[in-house]
Design a binder for this molecule. Sequence first.
Ligand code: ZN
Ligand code: ZN
Length: 339
Amino acid sequence: MAKMRAMIVPEPGQPFRMEERDLPEPGPHEVRIRVQACGVCHSDALTVEGQFPGIRYPRVPGHEVIGVIDALGPDVAGWAVGARVGVGWFGGSCGTCRHCRRHNAFACEISLGTTGVSRDGGYATHMLAEVSALAHVPEALDPVQSAPLLCAGITTFNALRNCGAGPGDLVAIHGVGGLGHLGIQYAAHQGFRTVAVNRGRDKEALARSLGAHDYIDSDATDPAAALQAMGGAKAIIATVTSAPAMQAIAGGLGVNGTLMVIGAVGVLTVNSLDMLLKRAAVRGWYAGTAADSEDTLAFSQLNDIASMNEVYPLAQAQAAYDRMMSGKARFRVVLKMEG
Ligand SMILES: [Zn+2]
Ligand SMILES: [Zn+2]
């Protein structure tokens, strides 16, 4: 029987282990993907450290997947062997539940699984995916370079296009890291007056080269006051992983402004008086559906937007993951499947 290889998390908190498995056969409405590349995302820690309720182990993480369909299960229409596809955090939707019928497939009630969390993901040579989770990937995009667009990309692109800001409005990208360096590019290309906010001046030149019109050093200045001095932000895209840092910038919202929270930081405290006087809002956002992924990829190709990546072979998934968790990677880490 043909085999595949996967880097599994044997139990929460344990190191990765390479496992050889029989190639799985796709079930109804599923395809098998030969994985070409998979990004390593901070949310993989939920699987690695067992922070998400109900995960069964061993589990293969990875939700920034690009590959090629190499087998179709029963009842699959509209997809062919050889097609280039991408899979993100969104593991698929039923199409018939209350939320799906109201165009909120991201919140499907009949969970078809979350990639790399409740179903095996892309730290592997092969994986299975629900057809409703598949995004078409343009042939011109390099799989290794583009894999991070399936989570870091879609999350920032989609949060920005749903943040309520219009052309020329002041939008702050809080954090110039894995998410933020993409967020700056998307914000500038979506026509916003783009302000990058980060600690220190180290990343200012890079942020400006990616399209930021202004830069705020949140170590040297109060970022909320600095944004107010610019007229108040129509939106703040909060990519940081620290609740106190988000709290410190929330006051920078302008009238009808929205703080888009895309980094999971647990409990977040905001000043309710400040919020109600401005009719400001705090809104959560996670990546999006397969169609959102396609929009992200198309927009990225059109505007030449890419993430900066450090690439590791699959066998070095542990080193890749540790590098990502160190916060020192510039800026995304990607696993490239060898052979
Ligand atoms: Zn992710
Ligand atoms: Zn549904």
